[in-house]
Design a protein around this ligand. Structure first.
Ligand code: DP6
Length: 326
């Protein structure tokens, strides 16, 4: 059987950086995110007796050999759980550039997990699917449930899963992904996280997360945008402080990133409500409400370093579709 899934990337408001178990991908802390409507992966999987080995193709791009291995390991997990012995054909495409810190591994492994199990015929609950997606890439578990999502860190594979806190229709929040650099990121998130405990700040960060998540849940419940925005920026800076003080340190920002962070502060001083967050790359996500999107688009077009923008609102989680890629 053939199955195709569309899975959104997600932007973490409270971020995941560091693993308690790197094989199972259990995180050091819980995290909270929003799915992105215009940054997504489409993946078709088919298990077939005709194939002599797994075949994996990225339309419009290339996988590195280690990425192909990671996909095959994920297929092995699906095969072993669903009792299938056949090889698979996987074709996938992204609506946005991969490797720029825009969470292609999140949407990618979420899509692969759901399409893989659907193609195998084995039915899993949403919670089980998030657990399998997590083993492919931690943040992928957050791309499966609807809208605004919490990933509970848990203390075992079964207790580290993601669930929807609010559906995508709950709040018209926007994420303007501002692309200032389309080059591949220098240090992968899996590689970068290995050094987390060499930072003198990791423990302090991890200890504060439960309280931050509690407060962020309140901000979401009350739809308190300034409170939410300030917390999003604070956690972004806290994660980058850890990254930048690891040994060896990792600096994902470039001059354009810093300029945009500065611009966001200026705009706020001028009375425009907008906050930033940044993942493992130089590109900047602006979090705003619907009323400011057009004004921000106009302002961004005036900044020379801005190469492209992708305007996202909150999106449903990964889901099966009828239109296959092959
Ligand atoms: C900075 O989920 O890509 O985007 O589990 O090793 O695949 P692996 O890491 P990954 O890390 C994401 C890190 C982040 C923050 C976040 O999305 O929470």
């Amino acid at each position: 059987m053939k199955a195709t899934v569309i899975a959104p990337a997600n932007i973490a408001f409270i971020k995941y950086w560091g693993k308690a178990d790197s094989v199972l991908r259990l995180p050091l802390n819980s995290s909270l995110s929003m799915n992105l409507s215009n940054a997504y992966t489409t993946t078709t999987v088919e298990f077939s007796s005709v194939l002599k080995k797994d075949s994996v193709r990225l339309i419009g791009g290339m996988f590195f050999p280690d990425e192909i291995n990671r996909i095959i390991v994920a297929l092995d997990r699906i095969r072993s759980y669903s009792g299938i012995r056949l090889f698979a054909r996987v074709v996938t495409k992204n609506s946005f550039p991969k490797g720029i810190g825009a969470a292609a591994s999140a949407s990618g492994f979420a899509a692969l997990t759901i399409a893989g199990f659907a193609a195998s015929g084995k039915k899993l609950t949403e919670k089980e699917l998030t657990i399998f997606a997590r083993m492919g890439s931690g943040s992928a578990c957050r791309s499966i449930p609807d809208g605004f999502v919490v990933w509970e860190k848990g203390n075992s594979s079964d207790t580290s899963y993601a669930y929807s806190l609010y559906s995508h229709t709950y709040w018209d929040l926007y994420d303007i992904l501002v692309i200032v650099d389309t080059g591949m990121k220098k240090v992968s998130t899996s590689e970068g996280q290995k050094g987390v405990k060499t930072s003198p700040f990791w423990q302090e960060r991890v200890q504060k997360i439960p309280d931050k998540i509690k407060k962020m849940k309140t901000a979401l419940r009350e739809k308190n945008y300034p409170m939410l925005g300030a917390m999003i920026e604070d956690d972004c800076l806290s994660m980058h402080r850890v990254m930048q003080t690891q040994t060896p340190p990792i600096f994902y920002w470039n001059n354009a990133t810093k300029k945009l962070m500065e611009m966001v502060r200026c705009w706020r001083n001028e009375g425009i409500p907008v906050y930033f967050t940044i993942d493992a790359g130089p590109n900047v996500h602006l979090i705003c409400e619907k009323s400011t999107v057009e004004l921000l688009k106009k302002k961004l077009r005036e900044i020379e370093e801005v190469k492209n923008i992708i305007v996202n609102t909150s999106a449903p989680g990964a889901h099966l579709v009828d239109k296959h890629l092959f």
